[in-house]
Design a protein around this ligand. Structure first.
Ligand code: GLV
Length: 393
């Protein structure tokens, strides 16, 4: 036994956190009802009332993803965990995967798939654009991959990928369709079953208005068949769907795989109840109307979208070109200091080129959009920008 070191200091006093209006690409502010749920007393991760909550979460996920698949669950971890889980379970070494790479999520997906020793074929298009159906069709028919990855909402470039016809295309060519909906689910239409999506993950802290740390997930019967017919075991214990499914009640009985993130799962139960009570169509409409409000205001200020084609623009994460001569970080810091408002910079291929504004869930209100526009006006004027061209201050 040694004396406890007095050189190593821990935190002291009650935690203090400033209030910020999070209008970047996420996390967005959590709904107070969700935060309140997270303060409820803990339950054991296998206690019957907790298992009943897990069943409610599964039903809520089915609604949010518009799937009847029983293979739904919450992954413990953020969207990156969701991406990794899908690849770990759907790919075996040497199998081909086509990865739609038009931003950071395609890049990361390719990185992860290589770690699982897949044969990675990257399909690229310029950042700020989405893939046409014809481009994807050509690649799928040529390579006949086991898996196709597309990101519905590429948050680094503010691009929305159309999924129309992609499921059918995959199935006709022996592939499964993997979709990232981290920053799109709840904000824009998504129809898991009708679009033939086989495996999909989302984000808790974006349009679903919950805390970061859990990842909505579902897979189709076809994806489940792929899982159970693997020749090699899943190389990850934490992300092995065979085991996770036993915890989430996909089969008879329950199995202790890991300790569910009890409080965050309460929060997600509440988030999914809010989604169901509000209705997906109402949510999609609200996000679309606020996107129109945002761009009307930004265009009046002389600002332009990075994703030039309106059909490519993602309502939930908006990318705004930084005008020449403007210090984008200076503006972000200015509005944070004055309005407690988060405006984010670019990421990956858009770093240094854009600002990013999220319109997501609880934060998707006309008042917040008006504040963002006013803050941009003020921040730009403080740098001498009064319209399409910078003038001396
Ligand atoms: C995270 O999702 C980001 O786009 O910054």
């Amino acid at each position: 036994v040694f004396p406890v070191s007095d050189k190593i200091k821990g935190p002291q006093g009650v935690i203090k956190v400033p209030y910020r209006i999070l209008m970047g690409p996420g996390p967005s502010n959590a709904h107070p009802r969700i935060l309140a749920a997270q303060t409820l007393p803990l339950l054991g991760h296998l206690h019957p009332p907790f298992l009943a909550l897990m069943d409610e979460i599964k039903a809520g996920l089915q609604y949010a993803f518009q799937t009847e698949s029983k293979y739904t669950l919450l992954i413990s971890g953020t969207g990156h965990a969701g991406m990794e889980l899908c690849l770990a379970n759907m790919l075996e070494p040497g199998q081909k995967v086509i990865i739609g790479n038009n931003g950071i999520w395609g890049e990361r997906c390719a990185d992860m798939a290589k770690r699982y020793e897949a044969n990675v074929i990257e399909l690229k298009c310029p950042p700020g654009q989405s893939f046409t159906f014809e481009e994807v069709k050509k690649a799928v028919e040529e390579h006949k991959p086991a898996l196709l990855f597309l990101c519905q909402g590429e948050s680094s470039t503010g691009v929305q990928q159309s999924l129309a016809g992609m499921g059918e295309l995959c199935h006709q060519n022996g592939a499964l369709l993997l979709v990232d909906t981290v920053c799109s689910l709840g904000a824009v239409p998504f129809f898991g079953d009708a679009w033939g999506v086989d495996i999909c993950y989302s984000g808790s802290q974006k349009a679903l208005s919950a805390s970061p740390g859990t990842t909505p997930f579902f897979m189709s019967q076809k994806a489940h068949d792929r899982l159970t017919s693997r020749k090699t075991g899943v190389h990850s214990y934490n992300y092995d769907l065979n085991l996770l499914g036993k915890y989430w009640g996909w089969y008879e009985g329950r199995f202790y795989h890991h300790t569910g993130i009890v409080s965050l799962w309460y929060g997600m139960r509440e988030a999914l109840a809010i989604v169901y009570e509000t209705g997906l169509e109402t949510m999609w409409k609200r996000h679309r109307e606020l996107y129109d409000q945002l761009w009307e205001g930004l265009r009046d200020l002389g600002l332009e979208p990075f994703a030039e084609n309106p059909a490519d623009q993602l309502p939930s994460v908006n990318t705004i070109k930084v005008p020449e001569g403007i210090d984008w970080l200076g503006l972000n810091n200015y509005v944070m200091g004055k309005y407690n408002l988060e405006i984010a910079g670019g990421l990956g291929p858009s770093a240094g080129k854009v600002w990013r504004i999220g319109i997501m869930g609880f934060n998707a209100t006309a008042a917040n959009i008006a504040l963002v526009i006013a803050a941009f006006k003020d921040g730009l004027q403080s740098q001498g920008f009064h319209g399409a061209k910078k003038t001396a201050s």
